[in-house]
Design a protein around this ligand. Structure first.
Ligand code: UD1
Ligand code: CA
Length: 450
């Protein structure tokens, strides 16, 4: 679609009581501006952002988001019409302009597409609110034609009863904006240049105006902390509902936080207090236990993640069991059928097929073969104070409990490490390596202490 989107992000957001611009407030771990720009980017090829208060902060955030956008500086925050005016010179008469408010962050791509596809000169998105206080109301005649928008501060008591509100989102032909925005004045109780006056002006000039009605959950704004918290809940439920719609079982849809993106296979089950960050992919029949955090991770079919696990930047195969209380750090690759138990930490480590590290272990910079048993308390000593070194453990080997493997070191295939060993030299295939002090028993020693 050939649409140019203008996002209004100049306001201070006085009611947030913040030092930052309002659009930099976060929802689901991302700024409101990020939500709006990401959605806009899916349907338009040109994005402009009007900046003003905390210009540097907002521009830096645009760079972080990484979506291409022109910025326009609104010197003083004297109203939404004035904000659009800053971009008028770069608007073409014939292009469709989509205007989005940076503090209305949950708007959905499908709704914007519908709005942009309306056959009209100007289309506005409205919604019905049980409590419309604070919003601009849609004034309509008996035939349901929009005559204009009246702001809360300027509405009389009858108009205040209107429940259909303007969401701040509209699409108009460039020519209408270029010609009529400069006509808007600040003759109102807020002494601001209201973009919403454009609708009345367009009506008087005989343009065809359409309204499209949206669900109110995606069009509520966040003007203060309480509304921000409400939106946080709404966003959480929206994301959970996406999971349910994709066939996932959730034990409580209000206790799952999808802060990034999740792709799921069939029959996955997600328990309570699970947080997803970045991009997470679950295969078929994956179970995620309670109080687990998953970040940028891929999990294979039939794998179970048991409660209280923290997994980041890792890849887990099929039919694995991870946790409870496991911590998989960046670069952990767990092959099919492997098991990681409680209080096991892995980093830049590959654990081979059907291998096990079931209790109290640190595996860092390690290459562990297939069908290996790592005993409780095994530590790869990968750091010498300056550099990291690798530990290699061959297929079918057995590392006895409480062993320190001082890297760089190799334990061969089918080899054994005696419990309590400090291994500093390579162990050949099929050998037993024992590196511990010999036990001495002193007979009747306790008597000498009395
Ligand atoms: C606005 C609408 C109101 C609508 C509501 C929907 C106007 C006059 N009113 O009210 O009809 O129901 O949104 O959420 O438009 N901004 C600037 N420069 C400015 C002023 C604002 O860039 O000078 C930006 C803000 O950063 C914000 C957006 O425009 O992202 C909306 O401004 P805000 O002051 O929150 O408008 P509302 O009072 O909520
Ligand atoms: Ca607002």
């Amino acid at each position: 679609m050939n649409i140019h989107t203008i996002i209004l992000a100049g306001g201070k957001g006085t009611r947030m009581l913040s030092q930052k611009a309002k659009v930099l407030q976060a929802l689901g771990g991302r700024t409101m501006l990020d939500h709006v720009m990401t959605t806009a980017n899916k349907i338009t090829d040109k994005i402009s952002v009007v900046v003003g208060f905390d210009k540097e902060g907002v521009e830096e955030e645009i760079r972080e988001i990484g979506i291409n956008a022109n910025t326009y500086l609104q010197k003083e925050q004297i109203g939404t019409a004035d904000a659009v005016k800053t971009a008028l010179n770069d608007i073409n008469e014939n292009e469709k302009i989509l205007i989005l408010y940076g503090d209305v962050p949950l708007i959905k791509e499908e709704t914007l597409k519908k709005l942009c596809n309306q056959e009209s000169d100007l289309s506005i998105l409205t919604t019905n609110l049980e409590n419309p206080t604070g919003y601009g109301r849609a004034l309509k005649d008996k035939e349901n034609n929009v005559l204009g928008i009246i702001e809360e501060k300027d509405a009389d008591s009858e108009q205040k009863k209107i429940k259909e509100i303007f969401t701040g989102i509209l699409v108009a032909k460039g020519g209408i904006l270029k010609k009529h925005i400069p006509e808007i004045d600040d003759n109102n109780s807020a002494k601001e240049f209201y973009l919403t006056d454009l609708i009345g002006i367009a009506y008087k000039n005989g343009f065809k105006i359409n309204t499209l009605s949206s669900s109110n959950e995606e069009t509520t704004g966040a003007n203060n902390r309480s509304e921000q918290e409400e939106l946080e809940k709404t966003l959480r439920i929206m994301k959970s509902e996406d999971l349910l719609a994709n066939g996932v079982t959730l034990l409580d849809k209000s206790r799952v936080d999808v802060r990034g993106e999740v792709k799921t296979g069939a029959d996955c089950v997600i328990d309570v207090n699970v947080i997803f960050e970045g991009y997470v992919e679950l295969g078929n029949n994956v179970e995620i236990g309670a109080n687990t955090i998953l970040c940028d991770t891929k999990i294979g079919d039939d794998t179970k993640i048991l409660p209280f696990s923290h997994i980041a930047a890792s890849e887990i195969g099929a039919k694995c069991s991870i946790g409870p209380y496991a911590r998989l750090r960046e670069g952990s690759v767990i092959m099919d059928g492997a098991r990681i138990g409680n209080f096991v930490e892995t980093k830049k480590t590959r654990l081979g097929r059907d291998s096990k590290a079931n209790h109290f272990t640190y595996l860092g910079d390690a290459e562990v073969g297939n069908e290996v048993n790592i005993g409780a308390g095994t530590i790869t000593c990968n750091y010498d104070g300056k550099e990291k070194h690798k530990t290699n453990i061959g297929d079918n080997s057995f590392v006895g409990t409480n062993s320190s493997l001082v890297a760089p070191v190799t334990v061969g295939k089918n080899a054994y490490v005696g419990a309590g060993s400090t291994i500093t030299k390579d162990i050949p295939d099929n050998a037993l390596g024992v590196g511990r002090g010999k036990q001495k028993n002193k007979e009747n020693w306790s008597k000498t202490k009395k």
